[in-house]
Design a protein around this ligand. Sequence first.
Ligand code: NAD
Length: 362
Amino acid sequence: MAQKHDIAVLPGDGIGPEVMIEALKVLDLVEKEYDVTFVRTFGNLGGVAIDEEGKALPQTTIDLCRASEAVLLGSVGGPKWEHLPPMEQPERGGLLPLRKLFGLYANLRPAIIFPSLVEASVLKKEIIGDGMDILVIRELTGGLYMSQPKGIEGTAPDREGIDTLRYSEAEIKRIGHVAFQAAMKRQKKLTSVDKANVLASSVLWREIMISLSAEYPEVELSHMYVDNASMQLVRNPKQFDVLLTENMFGDILSDEASALTGSLGMVPSASLAEGSFGVYEPAGGTAPDIAGQGIANPIAQVLSMALMLRFSFNMIEAADRVDAAVEKALEAGYRTGDIFFGNPGEKKVSTSAMGDAIAANF
Ligand code: NAD
């Protein structure tokens, strides 16, 4: 009997709905090839939810996500909603509470430069060679952004701003296992990024990572201070396979790694909860400058869908095939405007034509 999975589809704002159509186009083919049905229920998140249901994360959307095994998300936000109080805006009022509500503690961002797109990278060809493939894993629910106490205390001119950086052994172990397991499926190299020369939380982080490594003897574990890691990412990114970091360091390093790929339209992400539930979305935003023109790059959304197959549904072969289809479409010269350089063999195409090219190569 065909397998059936329930997924929530939240296309979001700006280019979100345009690129989501292309990801679902490829998902249609996965269904046919693998005798599986993804029951897709659409919901509102972000600006569209404010317009239609009065708030960025409506109860209907929370209920829908609770009833689903995974959430495929477009980006949210845009100038239309920037006048609202910060906590009511699409990201602060929609996306962040969604992440918190579902305990999404592990954020995975592959930063890949495909061989045919070496030119798109901001780095020189001598550094990138024939491409790059790094997986940045960021702890998402602890650390400096989340720990208590936090706030501004006292009265001016003697106020103090307070943030706390706290990690428990259990939190470090939980994200550590995710990183080791991801490394096992890749090149088996894991770099744990910390600041153990200054921060007590990093000393504990490093100690726990070393103790966990006994369970993964095949994985080569190394440690790097965060300042050096940010430098090594631009000097010699090819030394990395999996990079693991705490929340704030990961916020910064994952953006840096994404920037190396040349276009935000290429970078997918997965945010995982315990068990198999996950939220899958492009790393970039809603691109208001090009929204509605049918020219956005759908690859980040398509690759986010592939991450959903990989992590929530353990459909590794199907996920590999989606990734390969993207690579083949690029090798065949298909380019949306953000990755078009006018070189011989390149064909500048629309969002839907790029989706068609990926589908044709699946
Ligand atoms: P952005 O990522 O939307 O755009 C930055 C640049 O990248 C723009 O030039 C845009 O055209 C380009 N770009 C991004 N995705 C692309 C794609 N798929 N194809 C082609 N080009 C692409 O960042 P921004 O302009 O800072 O933010 C715009 C809106 O998106 C803001 O409201 C912001 O709050 C929101 N945002 C949302 C998320 C999210 O939902 N996760 C993340 C970042 C920004």
